[in-house]
Design a protein around this ligand. Structure first.
Ligand SMILES: [Mn+2]
Length: 303
């Protein structure tokens, strides 16, 4: 049995879609569970999971959008606080938290929870987008496009919340892989950050293996190492069921290899898997892909 098999995974569902521009990612946790995540990890890897259920998420029809520059932000922060509490409890119990989104806003809960236990840590962000907008710079007002800036403590006063300590990410311990869509404000912010950024151009030029190894070397080794997987990092032909598809993404094999390198490094302390949108999916292909990629990140091998 590998080291990975001794892990116990704490599953935390976060069926949130208030941070996204369209409906559907609230069904992501169901789609991933329906694709038999627990059975898959148990049977192929001998990994045990504890499902902590879903946090309660309000629906947009029954709540007020509030400020157009960061729609539904108070409700999103309240949900992230619930996620953070469950993540922190799991971490204290020696489990590996795995948050199932929901839109990418839920990662703020993962990171606040992890840093509440150990202080700010390192993050590997696999995403087509930068998620580095602020309420001032965001063209859409969708909070899922601001969550990384918020976790870095750069989201402004709107993201301050009692009991939270931001930044949740240690300065310099941030890597992004698979990026291919950035807004102007995000480009400017990235110039000021000591982050390793591997756009799809770098993936094409030097290969996903080297990108991943360098990204992990840059982000890991701190108080914790968190891997945040937005399924939109994968090409929409392979992952059609995502909130915000952008063509030109990772192939099926590149996505698996990326996760296999995460498993090989063996140092990820927590994960989230986000933006699976069953409404746009074909027969849960993207939900199933999410399960396969989680298994690869935890050590699944052909041989
Ligand atoms: Mn994202």
């Amino acid at each position: 049995m590998s080291v990975q098999a001794t892990r116990q995974i704490a599953l935390i569902g976060a069926p949130l879609d208030l941070g996204a521009g369209r409906r559907g990612v609230d069904m992501g946790p169901s789609a991933i569970r329906y694709a038999e995540l627990e059975q898959h990890l148990r049977e192929s890897l001998g990994i045990t999971t504890v499902d902590l259920g879903d946090v309660v998420a309000p629906i947009p029809e029954a709540t007020d959008a509030g400020d157009e520059h960061a729609r539904f932000l108070p409700q999103i922060l309240a949900l992230c606080d619930e996620v953070a509490k469950r993540v922190a409890a799991a971490r204290r119990d020696g489990q590996t938290p795995l948050v199932l989104g929901g839109d990418h806003s839920v990662a703020l809960g993962s990171l606040v929870g992890m840093s509440a236990v150990d202080g700010p840590g390192g993050v590997l962000w696999l995403d087509a987008h930068g998620d580095l907008n602020t309420p001032e710079s965001s063209p859409s007002g969708n909070v899922h496009g601001m969550v990384l800036a918020a976790a870095l403590g750069l989201g402004g006063r709107a993201f301050e919340r009692e009991g939270w300590h931001l930044p949740a990410i240690e300065a310099g311990k941030l890597s992004l892989v698979g990026v291919r869509s950035l807004d102007q404000g995000e480009r400017e912010l990235l110039k000021q950050l000591d982050a390793k950024v591997f756009t799809m151009t770098e993936v094409d030029r030097i290969g996903i293996e080297r990108c991943m190894r360098e990204a992990i070397a840059h982000a890991a080794g701190g108080a914790f190492f968190h891997v945040s997987l937005d399924l939109d990092v994968v090409d929409p032909e392979t992952a059609p069921g995502v909130g915000t598809p952008v063509r030109g993404g990772l192939s099926y094999r590149e996505a698996h290899l990326a996760m296999e390198i995460v498993a090989e490094a063996g140092n990820a302390d927590s994960f989230d898997v986000v933006e699976v949108n069953p409404v746009l999916d074909h027969e849960n292909a993207t939900g199933k892909l999410a399960v396969e990629l989680i298994a690869s990140a935890l050590g699944a091998r052909t041989l």
